[in-house]
Structure formats: C-alpha cells, structure tokens
Design a protein around this ligand. Structure first.
Ligand SMILES: Nc1ncnc2c1ncn2[C@@H]1O[C@H](COP(=O)(O)OP(=O)(O)OP(=O)(O)O)[C@@H](O)[C@H]1O
Ligand SMILES: [Mg+2]
Length: 324
C-alpha cells in the first residue's frame, strides 16, 4: 500500500443556488521517499486538492463530496477532529503558497517553531529551542542562533520560505505537501529552496507532493507527474515516461509555455484562451475550446481516463496524436 492514496476525490463549491464541481475523479498515490508533482494553470484545483488531503477545507463553502484519502493505512476522511489534529503538522505537513499568511507576523520565528515542536512532541522549552536552532541551520539560515529571534518581516522572502520548510520538517513528517513553494522567489533562490527540499528528502525519506504551474520545475524535481486541468487529471505518468511521450495536448501546451528567463518574452507560446470558470457548464472535454486537435466528439463527450501504457494515463480522445 502506498503512503498516500487519493481515490476518485470529488470537491465542490456550494453557491446560493447549486453545488459546482471543482475537483472531479482525482486519483493518485505517493510512496515513501517519492516526489509527485502536480502541475496545471491557475484555478485548476491544485491547492484545493492539497487542502483536502490536509483536512484544511474547514468550514469554507468548499467541501469534499466524494472519494477517499488514505494515509499510512488510515482513512483520513473518517477521522475525528482530535485524531486529525494529531496527524497534521506531525506526520503530514504543508508548506503554503504564501509564507507570510502562515507565519504569524507578531511572533519571533523561533517562538513559532518552538510552539509547533511542543504541540507535537514532548519537549522542554530549552530542548525545543535547541532543536529549532538545529532546524534553522538545516535549512541553511545563516547565524541560526541569532536569527531565531527575528520577526518574519526581518527576513527575505527566500528565508521566510526556508523557515516554513523548517517548521514543516520540525516533526519529521512522513509526507510534505509543498504548494508553489518557490513561485514568489527569484530563480536562484527558487533553485536553492528546491535543492534543499531534495536534500532533506534524501536524508529523511520524506514523501513530497510538489505543486507548481511550471512544468520545468516539476521535470527537474519529481519522480512522477499529474497534470491537472479544470479539476481533473488530464495526464499522469512517471516523469521519464511523460517527457518521453507527451500524450495530452494540454501537457504539450504547458511544456511550450515554460517561462523563459533573460528574454524579452515572459512566456513562450502560452496556450491560447483560458481555463473555463466553475460556472461554465461543460458537456465535452474542458480543454476542447483551446485545443487544436478538437473535433465534434470532443465538444459532445468528455473523455474518460485511459491507460495509454502501463503507468501512463490520459484523458483525451486523441491522446498522442499530432495535427502537424
Ligand atoms: N473558498 C473558495 N470559495 C469559492 N471558490 C473557491 C474557493 N477556493 C477556491 N475556489 C475556486 O476553486 C478553483 C480551484 O482553486 P485552487 O485554489 O485549487 O486552484 P489552483 O490550481 O491552486 O490555482 P493557483 O495556481 O492559482 O494557486 C478556482 O476556480 C477557485 O476560484
Ligand atoms: Mg493554488
């Protein structure tokens, strides 16, 4: 059994009038020591999927309407609030899209790590403080025994992201979910943070779910990839298989839209059009209005997930075909 098993996950947003599906039939697994990349444009449901795994959808209008999530053999959707809290931040941890929203600006960073450690482990204040200095040094914060008394605003964006990683790793989680951990950072710092995560993984055997809109980042860091489009998994495979044969026209579009540094253009060949909104009812394939391969079939009938090859699945009527 895999460490994390998400099966047929369904999430919906309730509005005054109806329930709009936002994540549909999403399934994937992550093993110990493995990194899964989830990639897709803004609004495809990446963050909601990770919040659902962490049990953080809370009382928002967004809720899980179907499927199952198993972690280390436990059915996460059947846990009581108390059982769930014992696991989150301890055996499962998350790095959020924007570190300033998860670090409390009025507390020194050391106090926040100490608090997190003491909540989950039976440590004295002094021992938790020593461990916090160790963690800051592990994530390569210079002069950790002094920086531990800094406030979040006294640190750079890259350093705050490292502090978030230190906090997430404070209890040796088995699974780390990193939601766009490097988007707000410049390219050199981005590489350092990604290298740091890979290094920590090789030392601790942590399973990682890395969320990004950048297929280039995913290609460099992940063992396998799930490409999400409008709440569904358009294509999934090991990184090697995916790049050996990009089956979904959306995946090919994403690859061609990798942001280019040091050039006048910000995006190379961005995919024309946009992700349909939740309110738009779709009868066929959600990518069809933007797809150069689309036919009448695509407009009428949503493609099912098919196993193109063992371990390489795709949702497209014309998977692997090329118009050119
Ligand atoms: N609390 C909420 N209430 C209503 N709609 C929401 C809520 N949270 C998310 N959504 C909608 O659900 C969809 C998926 O959102 P999600 O945040 O998962 O996207 P994402 O793939 O993480 O995008 P990004 O790359 O911008 O972070 C979006 O259309 C978003 O507008
Ligand atoms: Mg997001």
């Amino acid at each position: 059994m895999a460490l994390l098993e998400v099966e047929n996950l369904e999430i919906a947003v309730s509005t005054q009038r109806n329930l709009l599906p936002v994540v549909q039939g999403v399934s994937f697994t992550v093993d110990e020591n493995e990194t899964l990349g989830i990639v897709g444009e803004s609004g495809c449901g990446k963050s909601l999927t990770s919040l659902a795994i962490m049990g953080l959808l809370g009382t928002s209008p967004v809720r899980i309407t179907g499927g199952s999530i198993h972690f280390d053999g436990m059915n996460l959707l059947a846990l009581s609030e108390r059982e769930r809290r014992a696991i989150m931040g301890n055996r499962m941890a998350m790095i959020f899209q924007e570190p300033m929203t998860s670090l409390n600006p009025v507390y020194r960073i050391g106090d926040q790590i100490v608090e997190n450690l003491r909540q989950h482990q039976n440590l004295s204040h002094a021992a938790a403080r020593d461990r916090s200095v160790e963690l800051l040094s592990l994530v390569r914060i210079p002069d950790p025994s002094e920086r531990i008394d800094s406030f979040p605003h006294q640190m750079s964006g890259g350093q705050r992201q490292r502090v978030m990683i230190a906090m997430a790793l404070s209890c040796d989680p088995k699974l780390l979910i990193a939601d766009e951990p490097t988007t707000a950072l410049d390219v050199t710092v981005q590489k350092e943070v990604l290298d740091l995560m890979a290094d920590l993984q090789s030392r601790m055997g942590t399973a990682i779910v890395l969320i990004s809109h950048d297929l280039g980042v995913i290609a460099e860091t992940c063992d396998k990839v799930a490409v999400m489009y409008r709440g569904k998994i358009a294509e999934a495979a090991s990184t090697a298989d995916l790049f050996a044969e990009l089956l979904h026209p959306y995946t090919r579009g994403l690859l061609n839209s990798i942001p280019v540094v040091d050039r006048d253009v910000e995006w190379l060949e961005a995919i024309p059009g946009r992700v349909p909104t939740l309110e738009e009812t779709l009868t066929g394939c959600a990518f069809q209005p933007r797809c150069e391969l689309a036919t009448e079939l695509c407009a009428c009938e949503a493609p099912q997930t098919t196993q193109f090859k063992p371990g390489h699945s795709v949702q497209c009527h014309f998977a692997g075909q090329d118009r050119s």
